[in-house]
Ligand binder design. Structure first.
Ligand SMILES: [Zn+2]
Ligand SMILES: [Zn+2]
Length: 502
């Protein structure tokens, strides 16, 4: 841990994550706003409006809470797919009720309106481009593919459910249970189960009220769940979940984070260890799992081999962050069949201090043709350790991202590292620690040294390729939590409070 000379205390404000949407043309916006002011008129006009206006009107109605219009738009929605995407943030119980009442009307129509094409209503916050329809960015570019009538709508091929209409959602089980919207949605789906398929693709369990959990699984088809997050659960709750995990057989992403330990007067630490071992040894085979995230679990130590035994096929992502890895865990990594095709490997904040790195080198060698992202931030690596992986690292020619931040490397070994990454022509994002020579005996950051070293270090890369985004950064100052960053853009050593947003 370092501290800096000045500890600047300036407030660094960050711009909000502003999404850059092309707003609908001003005139169209005005027309929509004036239409929405007269709800009855808007509803009566819906049938005659051009299809292309529907997304923009729906968005405006959702944001301003015109529930009557939302309800009326669903039964005449002219596209097979309606995805709220990021607009889900504007959704509350009232707007949800209005949309579901719209679905009720749609389902009750014997003579389906020739206009309504709706097959899927997605209430997920999906981070793909579908949401752009709301911004009007389709204007003049034609409608996105999925909005055309020819687009086939998959009705949950994985879980084999085929109902009239699919409603997709994520569910979050938190301390107080489900939120009121999710509770309402589940009750509604239960009543409409003959015609609606409620498809829950992502289930986050951050607390486990067991009754509510059982109720959810009475309504949600476990075969639909592709992403499962278990966070801050007690070890006995993990054991409780074992039989249910067996049913979640289409899981693609599994995230296990921050297991809570029980502190009692008796030998409960031992009980936790027993529970963890029991949980790990009873994990079912996840036949399609692609991404495994394990975070902040110190009880994992020495159990990694058994844990990875749940994999049914080669993983794409392995993240073991803030964990305890033993030498035998590290030794096992390259021996596991299902780590042989990794695209992303992340060991951030997992201490590898004092471990023999040869197995990590063997692993890198075996994934040299697949690996795209390697994060070894804050692993307490030292010179001799990183030397052991350099030959393998330089063969990972598909790497686009590497992060070695916050490791204790000397200038000499940092140069060596750069000679090796300089060969990796696909790299677009690189983070390196400031060398040990940038701190004095008292661990005070010497910014002028960083400023002096960096041009030379950058030249090592430039000798082989044009770098894209390269950053050198000091450890965080103990007092102000800021660090000094030298990057390609500024080519200066600057103080930063928040480091390395990628
Ligand atoms: Zn400071
Ligand atoms: Zn489904």
């Amino acid at each position: 841990m370092a501290s800096c000379k000045q500890c600047p205390s300036q407030d660094v404000t960050f711009e909000e994550d502003i999404v850059n949407i092309n707003p609908p043309p001003a005139l169209q916006n005005l027309a929509i706003q004036s239409l929405l002011r007269d709800e009855a008129l808007a509803i009566s006009a819906l049938r005659n409006l051009p299809q292309s206006l529907f997304p923009a009107i729906f968005e405006a109605a959702l944001i301003d809470g015109h529930i009557g219009i939302l309800k009326a738009m669903i039964p005449v929605w002219p596209f097979p797919y309606l995805s709220l995407g990021r607009l889900i943030r504007n959704c509350n119980l009232e707007t949800l009720k209005a949309m579901l009442e719209g679905v009720d009307i749609l389902l009750a129509q014997n003579d389906r309106s020739s206009r309504c094409k709706l097959r899927v209503l997605s209430l997920r916050n999906e981070y793909h481009t579908l949401w752009r329809i709301w911004g009007g960015s389709y204007e003049g570019k034609g409608l996105p593919e999925f909005m055309t009538q020819q687009q086939p709508v998959e009705n949950c091929p994985d879980c084999g459910v085929n109902k009239e209409l699919k409603v997709t959602t994520d569910l979050n089980l938190l301390d107080g249970g489900l939120d009121e919207s999710a509770t309402y949605l589940l009750q509604w789906a239960q009543q409409k189960k003959d015609s609606i398929h409620l498809c829950c693709t992502m289930l986050r369990i951050h607390s486990l009220p067991k009754d509510i959990f059982r109720d959810i699984l009475k309504i949600v088809n476990t075969g639909c769940i592709q992403e499962l997050h278990l966070k801050e659960l007690y070890t006995e709750e993990l054991v409780f979940l074992i039989p249910y995990l067996r049913e979640i057989n289409n899981l693609l992403t599994f995230m296990l984070s921050s297991i809570r330990e029980t502190y009692r007067m008796d030998n409960s630490t031992r009980l936790d260890e027993e529970n963890i071992s029991r949980f790990i040894s009873h994990l079912p085979k996840f036949h399609c799992l692609q991404n495994l995230y394990v975070n902040d679990i110190t009880l994992l130590g020495n159990n990694l081999k058994d844990f990875l035994g749940c994999l049914g096929k080669p993983l794409e992502t392995l993240c073991l962050t803030s964990c305890d890895l033993s030498q035998s865990d590290l030794d096992y990594l390259p021996c596991c069949q299902n780590t042989s095709a990794l695209k992303r490997l992340n060991l951030t904040a997992t201490s590898l201090r004092g471990l023999v790195f040869r197995p990590l080198g063997v692993l890198l060698e075996s994934i040299r043709d697949t690996l795209q992202s390697l994060e070894l931030e804050l692993c307490f690596m030292e010179d001799s350790q990183i030397s052991a992986i350099l030959p393998a690292l330089s063969q990972c020619s598909h790497l686009t991202k590497v992060n070695f931040y916050d490791n204790e490397l000397s200038l000499t070994i940092l140069r060596q590292l750069l000679y090796h990454t300089a060969n990796l022509s696909q790299l677009t994002y690189e983070v390196y620690p400031a060398p040990l020579e940038c701190y004095n005996d008292m661990n005070i950051i010497l910014t002028h040294k960083l400023e002096n070293f960096c041009p030379e270090l950058l030249d090592i890369i430039r000798a082989n390729r044009q770098p894209n985004r390269v950053t050198f950064a000091t450890s965080k100052c103990l007092i102000c939590c800021g660090s000094y960053v030298y990057d390609l853009e500024t080519q200066r050593c600057l103080y930063q409070k928040e480091l390395l947003e990628d």
